[in-house]
Design a protein around this ligand. Structure first.
Ligand SMILES: Nc1ncnc2c1ncn2[C@@H]1O[C@H](COP(=O)(O)OP(=O)(O)OP(=O)(O)O)[C@@H](O)[C@H]1O
Length: 467
């Protein structure tokens, strides 16, 4: 009995040490990034010879332009944290990881690392295709600063995790790319480092290996001595593992803090960027004419797009206002049909119907129409409005032809993020509630409903007779 209690206490102590958003500040800082700036010189005008170089110099032409990739990046990671870094392509995440891993040096600012850092940021670095799997493990171990004896001690573990027991004496060049990734990743995580730096590793390997990585991350998250810094585009990975996260946008820290807030800022930035990009493409197409039509559009209807007029991230209290821009010149009798697609849960949540009188359009040509939709029923989620332009089929009151559909970039995606919405259901608990009642209340209410049903089923004439 005493032993059982002791065991329980030990487990409780261990659990108490798991680093979370609430206690990470109590842990020592293991990565301190201070005002880091990084730029690259991109060549502009090549000097073809000494003479040209001299002429360029006299004219003050530098022959390169400075591309600033990181701007005043400052953050700290504490021991035991699982720290996520997110951002769009080209935002500077990999460059930051390379600076943290001392592959690049910053142009200004400083990085201080406490403990042994193991990077897994680019496949192939530290591996030689002409060597066997076994030799590569030792080579990589040496590059990470381990002695051959230390690699001996972890070798079996690495091979077992990679599930490559039968292949270790084959040359790496004969491995499939998935096998190479497995070996490299196994070395990185089984090497007994203090800080593991990973770039997009979740996107590699087959399903079974990913599950294994998933188990590993779940375990390492509970270990207060191991720190993980993970760059990913996968918001579900951020929400599953990370203590905290940081969003890097155009080389700057756009958001840092709890994983929900950061992944929301990232989602919003993506939605806004997609909408801006779509707008730009439309303008370009209108100015220069189209060579080919986007998915869903055609010569008859070269433009149909739905876009948010309201912000794209809203709460259940908001009303979402959006616009549908179209270009259709054939008839004065056509309709829009709008379907609301629930991206998170799947399926069409709502559909206006193909011949909704409110969606009847009468102006051919290039126009924009505006709509509003209250969101008070909905829970948190991501929703996409898919619009189609339809013409009635002559002689049929119900059927229509879909002339064009606003899909992909032409559809509009918005998200509802309301801190009051806590469950997964589509309809929020202010729109619909399920409340516990007693058996007596249930029986009494049901009896009343039955009596009411009976009374309304009885015709007035019968009622009269009964009286
Ligand atoms: N060695 C280099 N020389 C010149 N420019 C570079 C170099 N490395 C990165 N860049 C530039 O720096 C910018 C940031 O790149 P980086 O790879 O850090 O972004 P990222 O956020 O990791 O993107 P992704 O998600 O696509 O991996 C890009 O514009 C890239 O072209």
């Amino acid at each position: 009995m005493t032993q059982a209690i002791e065991q329980h206490d030990a487990a409780a102590d261990e659990a108490a040490q798991v680093v979370t958003i609430d206690n990470y500040m109590e842990q020592p800082v293991v990565l301190d990034v201070n005002h880091v700036e990084k730029w690259f010189k991109l060549p502009t005008e090549q000097a073809s010879g000494l003479k040209q170089a001299f002429i360029n110099w006299t004219k003050g032409i530098k022959g390169y332009k400075k591309q600033q990739v990181l701007k005043d990046v400052t953050f700290q990671v504490h021991r035991g944290e699982f720290f996520g870094i997110v951002g769009r392509n080209g935002g500077g995440k990999s460059t930051l990881l390379k600076i943290i891993s001392q592959i690049y040096y910053p142009n200004s600012g400083s990085v201080h690392v406490e403990g042994k850092l193991v990077p897994f940021i680019e496949l192939g670095v530290g591996f030689n295709p002409e060597l066997t799997g076994r030799e590569n493990v030792y080579l990589n171990g040496a590059l990470l600063g381990f002695t051959p004896e230390e690699v001996d001690a972890m070798y079996d573990d690495i091979v077992e995790f990679a599930e490559l027991e039968d292949f270790m004496d084959q040359k790496l060049k004969n491995y499939s790319s998935g096998m190479q990734v497995r070996l490299a990743f196994s070395v990185a995580i089984k090497a007994q480092g203090d800080i593991l730096v990973l770039d997009e590793v979740l996107a590699v390997g087959d399903e079974a290996f990913q599950r294994k990585c998933d188990d590993y991350f779940t375990k390492v998250r509970q270990d207060p001595t191991k720190t993980v810094i993970l760059v990913t585009h996968d918001m579900s990975a951020v929400k599953r593992y990370c203590t905290r996260a940081m969003f890097i946008r155009n080389g700057e820290v756009a958001a840092i803090g709890d994983r929900e807030t950061v992944s929301e800022s990232y989602t919003l930035a993506n939605l806004e960027a997609a909408q801006e990009e779509n707008e730009r493409k439309q303008q370009e197409a209108l100015a220069h004419g189209r060579e080919e039509y986007p998915n869903g559009l055609n010569e008859r209807c070269p433009l149909l797009r739905t876009y948010g007029v309201s912000p794209l991230m809203l709460t259940s209290d908001d009303v979402f206002r959006f616009a549908v821009e179209y270009d259709f010149d054939e008839t004065d009798d056509f309709y829009l049909a709008i379907a609301l697609h629930d991206i998170r849960r799947g399926g069409i949540t709502f559909d206006t119907g193909a011949r909704n009188p409110q969606m009847h359009l009468t102006k051919p040509g290039h126009h924009t129409v505006y709509f509003e939709m209250p969101l008070d029923l909905f829970n948190n989620g991501e929703f996409r409005l898919i619009t189609s332009l339809r013409t009635p089929i002559p002689g049929d009151d119900a059927m229509t032809d879909a002339v064009a559909v606003a899909l992909d970039d032409n559809a509009c995606t918005f998200v509802i993020r309301d801190p009051r919405n806590t469950n997964y259901a589509l309809i929020n608990n202010r729109a619909l509630s399920i409340t516990p009642i007693s058996e007596q209340e249930a029986e009494a209410a049901a009896a009343e409903q039955r009596a009411h049903e009976h009374a309304s089923a009885t015709t007035p004439a019968q009622k009269h007779t009964a009286q």
